[in-house]
Design a protein around this ligand. Structure first.
Ligand code: 5GP
Ligand code: ZN
Length: 137
């Protein structure tokens, strides 16, 4: 089986520009940054994505992302950030170990918006909301 790159980074078997680590989570610089200062936050334990991460670990990832994002304007001079998580190949996930992107933003034009809002059928919206509401735990 091929080794997971981010597991190897988490174990310090592969180099990375680490900005924070504890027993549960780690943050390091993305090797091909979308903008200057692009950081990835990962759980040290392997899991695939949003669909299988433990809630406690998910909370820790977002807590760390918040700590990092809040110092970015001062350190990098950015004026905003995007948080991005891709869960599944259809959602563009390429590295199959959970990661949350923190992408510092300097202006509106440097990146493309990942979605275009569409108008849709009002009954469909209502029906989808009803089905999700029914199943939510
Ligand atoms: P995804 O498309 O799965 O959401 O994002 C994967 C991210 O991991 C990409 O932004 C890519 O640049 C980054 N990446 C892939 N391999 C490595 C690596 O070996 N080291 C680091 N630091 N980042 C990586
Ligand atoms: Zn892994």
């Amino acid at each position: 089986m091929e080794k997971c790159i981010f597991c190897e980074i988490a174990k310090h078997n592969l180099p990375a520009n680490i900005v924070f680590e504890d027993n549960n989570v780690m943050a390091f610089a993305d090797i091909n940054p979308a903008t200057k200062g692009h950081i990835l936050v990962i759980p040290r334990k392997h899991c695939l994505n949003l669909f299988d991460i433990e809630s406690d670990l998910f909370t820790r990832i977002f807590q760390l992302a918040k700590r990092i994002a809040r110092i970015m304007p001062e350190v990098l001079g950015c004026s905003g950030v995007n948080l991005l998580h891709s869960a599944g190949e259809s959602a563009w996930q390429e590295v199959m170990h959970f990661h949350l992107h923190i992408i510092p933003r300097y202006n509106r034009k440097e990146l493309q918006r990942p979605f275009i809002p569409h108008s849709t059928d009002k009954d469909e919206l209502k029906e989808i909301a009803r089905r999700i509401k029914e199943k939510i735990k």
